[in-house]
Design a protein around this ligand. Structure first.
Ligand code: R5P
Length: 310
């Protein structure tokens, strides 16, 4: 097996390579002066089992294009099998027609990745499980839950926890964390009047005097998260900590989180941390490198990946 790292998250790719004890394949992924992407794989890949690591995070379109061009280079270099390892799968939130004459961009991106040459996809905490069906190639969707549960147990040993889903769509994800912790589950009834702006309506469950753990897949503008934290504190929660897989944190999100009622936001390294995230005093990152690298090893060995779900 061989690993190629595109440019969006080289620290994660390097950590995977260290876990697998496998140096990254030499490749040059660069720009022409008009910003077109150019890729040159500088090692023989003929007949090899290739893994291309790229999160399609900000700048989403450039990073997606890097992934596509790299897949094409490997396909034309006669790789035997190519797995697109996309820890953060951008465009996933556009998974249905949200109104008349709007696209289903998640399906378009699935088509692009397949056409570019991927034989498989490996990702983690896809925004919606059914996006797997947008691909006609195998897709393994890992869960960050085991990484989060380990940290929650360490941090909140014995506390009577209340796991909270910040919206109805996230209930399954929150339950998957609440159950192994023997914690109660609460749900926030969030309404979104327009994209990027969220408003909390009601909290289902009694959070008074409880230590709350908010669980979500994405924190982008931070609106959902900060509104939920405010609502929980107003309802009498003692402390609110959030565990969110993908720290998109666009615009002024980091400042918003820093100034919020949240005690801590814990994200993974599916997206490379910006300087603002690194210096923030209430945002922490947990690594998913061993989990994803182990899945890569098992895909290559043709052994079970599902046992990593627990
Ligand atoms: C929505 O369905 C997602 O699970 C997240 O709650 C959402 O993407 C977060 O976005 P924002 O941080 O901009 O409120």
């Amino acid at each position: 097996m061989k690993i190629v790292a595109c440019n969006s998250n080289t620290p994660l790719a390097e950590a995977m390579s260290a876990y697998l004890n496998l140096p990254l394949t030499k490749a040059s992924i660069r720009r022409f002066s008009d910003m077109e992407v150019f890729v040159e794989i500088q090692e023989n890949v003929r007949g090899e089992d290739l893994f291309v690591v790229q999160s399609t995070s900000y700048p989403a379109n450039d990073n997606l294009m890097e992934l596509l061009v790299t897949l094409d280079a490997l396909k034309r270099g006669s790789a035997r099998r190519i797995t697109a390892v996309v820890p953060y799968f951008g465009y996933a939130r556009q998974d249905r027609k949200s109104g008349p004459r709007t696209p289903i961009s998640a399906k378009l991106v699935a088509n692009l990745i397949t056409t570019a040459g991927a034989d498989r996809v490996l990702t983690i905490d896809l925004h919606a499980g059914q996006i797997q069906g947008f691909f006609d190639i195998p897709l393994d969707n890992l869960f960050a839950a085991p990484v989060f549960i380990k940290d929650i147990k360490k941090r909140f040993d014995g506390a009577g926890l209340m796991v909270v889903s910040p919206d109805v769509g996230g209930v399954l994800r929150a339950r998957a964390i609440a159950k192994p912790l023997n914690a109660d589950l609460s749900i926030i009834d969030k309404r979104r009047e327009k994209a990027g702006v969220s408003e909390v309506m009601n909290i289902i469950g009694d959070v008074e005097g409880r230590c709350c753990i908010l669980v979500d897949d994405i924190v982008d503008s931070g609106g959902t998260l900060c509104n939920a934290a405010d609502a929980l504190m107003d309802a009498g929660a003692t402390v609110v900590t959030a565990y969110i897989t993908h720290g998109v944190l666009s615009g002024g999100a980091v400042a918003r989180v820093t100034a919020s009622a949240l005690d801590k936001l814990v994200i993974t390294d599916s997206i490379m941390a910006t300087e603002a995230v690194r210096v923030s005093n209430n945002i922490e990152q947990l690594t998913i490198a061993p989990l994803m690298a182990e899945a890569m090893r098992r895909i290559s060995d043709e052994s079970s990946v599902s046992s990593l779900f627990h």
